[in-house]
Design a protein around this ligand. Structure first.
Ligand code: ADP
Ligand code: MG
Ligand code: MG
Length: 255
């Protein structure tokens, strides 16, 4: 059982540290839980996930992120990955000439570190087992990473990476990619296959639609850099019905 705690996090662009984008977000995810973060465009959802990932464009000006009680803020992005945090964006968008199979193998080897060697036979066995589970065609792994991929294929590659790396926590930002319905289904089926008592998921999304397929345990609404409302899956339905505008009045500070 693991815990990822985001504690009162304030995040700004590194170049403008005095202008916070995320303005004090607290959120605790435990193994086995799926948390959805929703909210209108421009409220800081992607900034939150990038800051947790350690993206250099973003600076955490106060607050903390703790994995099992220990701060990860001093860790490099690859150390965070080795500690069990999976961040989709961290992986390169396109690597011409490098097959998915070799890329995933290198990623797993990197996680093992220098001393240990990845067993090739075991690797392929595990890769094919995961691909069968996710209903991915064998031919897929000989293609170069993301080269000429459709939105759906990129998502399939991401889900396969996640399946192979077996992280304790997955941070997924599904906001900006203009996913079509097929890609949404691939993400949903993949997450549903992988979800279980060992995995915690932070699923950032603009689309309520996605949550018809991935039923979250907890839903948080982000507005102007803050989580203004948390609830269960019914909150997502409420948002679909009412949109986000009602939050403006609801969250306005009393005079
Ligand atoms: P969301 O994911 O909720 O749509 P973002 O985190 O992408 O929101 O953006 C929040 C705000 O921060 C927006 O006003 C956006 O323009 C600004 N922002 C985020 N990242 C950058 C960046 N790299 N450069 C300039 N502005 C940024
Ligand atoms: Mg956006
Ligand atoms: Mg975003």
């Amino acid at each position: 059982m693991h815990t990822l705690e985001i504690r009162d996090l304030v995040v700004a662009l590194t170049e403008t540290p005095d202008k916070p984008i995320v303005k004090g977000v607290s959120l605790t995810i435990k193994s086995g839980e799926v948390h959805a973060v929703m909210g209108p465009n421009g409220t800081g959802k992607s900034t939150l996930s990038k800051a947790v990932a350690g993206h250099p464009d973003y600076t955490i000006t106060s607050g903390d992120v703790l994995l099992d009680g220990k701060s990860i803020l001093e860790m490099e992005p690859d150390e965070r990955a080795r500690a069990g945090i999976f961040l989709a964006f961290q992986y390169p968008s396109e690597i011409p000439g490098v097959s998915i199979a070799n890329f995933l193998r290198a990623a797993l080897q990197a996680r093992l570190g220098e001393g240990e060697d990845l067993d090739a036979v075991g690797y392929y066995k595990s890769l094919y087992a995961k691909m069968d589970m996710l209903k991915i065609d064998r031919k897929f792994t000989s293609r170069a990473v993301n080269e000429g991929f459709s939105g759906g294929e990129k998502k399939r590659c991401e889900i396969l990476q996640m399946a192979m790396l077996e992280p304790s926590f997955a941070l997924m930002d599904e906001t900006d990619s203009g996913l079509d319905i097929d890609a949404l289904k691939i993400v949903a089926e993949g997450v549903n296959q992988l979800r279980g008592p060992k995995l915690g998921v932070l699923l950032i999304t603009h689309y309520q639609r996605l949550l018809n397929h991935i039923v979250p345990d907890h839903v948080h609404v982000m507005y102007d850099g803050r989580i203004v409302k948390s609830g269960d899956k019914t909150l997502a339905l409420e948002l679909e019905e009412k949109g986000y505008d009602w939050l403006k009045t609801e969250t306005a500070a009393p005079a």
